[in-house]
Write a new protein. Structure first.
Length: 69
């Protein structure tokens, strides 16, 4: 994924691509994690760690908007 304004690039794999698709509409982080756990048959702990690591990278490159609940 590339920020056309800054030229910053963030490489993503197929799992991150699926996460990106889920993020096209507003979604709570808990719902995102639950959906990813169901999609990939991964433990919630591992999924949470991966999501918690990836979302800040996306936010830092202005690829996400965080809304208050």
């Amino acid at each position: 994924m590339m920020d056309m304004d800054s030229g910053d690039y963030l490489g993503i794999n197929s799992v991150a691509s699926d996460m990106w698709a889920l993020l096209q509409e507003p979604i709570k982080v808990e719902t995102l994690i639950k959906t990813m756990v169901e999609m990939y048959d991964v433990s919630e702990e591992i999924c949470r760690a991966e999501v918690d690591a990836f979302l800040p990278k996306m936010f830092a490159q202005n690829m996400l908007i965080i809304q208050a609940a």
